[in-house]
Design a protein around this ligand. Structure first.
Ligand code: XBP
Ligand code: MG
Length: 250
């Protein structure tokens, strides 16, 4: 079986490109306060709620599971309120990123540059909202940030969210590449599941929210991408698939 060539790097956003979840958490709490809901998500509760991908889904889950009063309100009213909370939260998050409260994690920009210089495609596969991607990458890479990415999948293009593989499957279709020709980069158990289900070998860079997750199926787990070069990724990718070929030869 032909050894596949590494042709694309597919990145998750929250926790992977940048350690954003503390800023997301603060934005949720600002929205709850402004709407007078009397809700507050502390670090420990938010770490649990992060098992639910997607901010709207997370709020709905919290309201249904933790605040039992939602049963008294009809589904449409719940949807409307959740959408309002999320709209407000996203505005607070956007303001915080524009205020410089979030920066890309170590090594991310360097890898973007090396990949671009060597013709390896870059893509994004996230459950977050498109505006969150734009505000983060515009701040970090300038107004032309979008040109560096061959494809972007987000919470609006893939309604079935991680650990469902939908967003990664979409990206592979858009790139017209086989999973064997790509690497995925994630920070969480849900993200690893989604990428692995799509057939993608996955590099994990945990955060303080996800460091206890199960990463046993990851290709590599590194504290961050600082000092990780495209040459390292090519070697990891090759060893992964040559390992598979040895298995199929036996
Ligand atoms: C992480 C998420 C997102 C963010 C909040 O996305 O699950 O829901 O926590 O962003 P990623 P939204 O796949 O990038 O790790 O409120 O826009 O969903
Ligand atoms: Mg993530």
């Amino acid at each position: 079986m032909q050894q596949p060539t590494l042709k694309a790097l597919i990145f998750d956003v929250d926790g992977t490109l940048a350690d954003t979840e503390s800023v997301h958490r603060a934005a949720f709490n600002h929205a709850f306060e402004e709407l007078g809901l009397g809700w507050h998500w502390d670090e420990a509760l938010y770490a649990e709620l992060l098992d639910i991908s997607g901010g709207k889904e997370r709020v709905q889950y919290y309201w249904q599971q933790v605040k039992s009063d939602v049963k008294a309100i009809d589904a449409q009213a719940v949807q409307h309120t959740v959408a309002r909370i999320h709209e407000l939260k996203t505005a607070y998050y956007e303001a915080a990123v524009n205020n410089g409260e979030v920066s890309l994690r170590p090594g991310v920009l360097q890898l973007f540059e090396e990949a671009t210089n060597e013709g390896v495609l870059l893509a994004i596969a996230t459950t977050t909202s498109p505006v969150n991607i734009a505000v983060l990458l515009r701040k970090a890479m300038g107004p032309d940030w979008r040109h560096f990415f061959a494809a972007i999948g987000d919470g609006t293009t893939a309604p079935q969210k991680k650990p469902h593989p939908m967003v990664y499957e979409q990206i592979l279709q858009l790139l017209r590449l086989d999973a064997r020709e790509c690497l995925a980069f994630e920070d969480s158990g849900n993200g690893l599941k989604a990428a692995t289900l799509a057939g993608l070998p996955t590099v994990i860079t945990p955060t303080q929210y996800t460091r206890r997750h199960d990463f046993s199926r990851a290709l590599h787990v590194v504290p961050d991408l600082g000092g990780v070069h495209l040459s390292d990724l090519r070697a990891w990718h090759q060893s992964h698939w040559s390992g598979e070929r040895l298995l199929t030869v036996e």
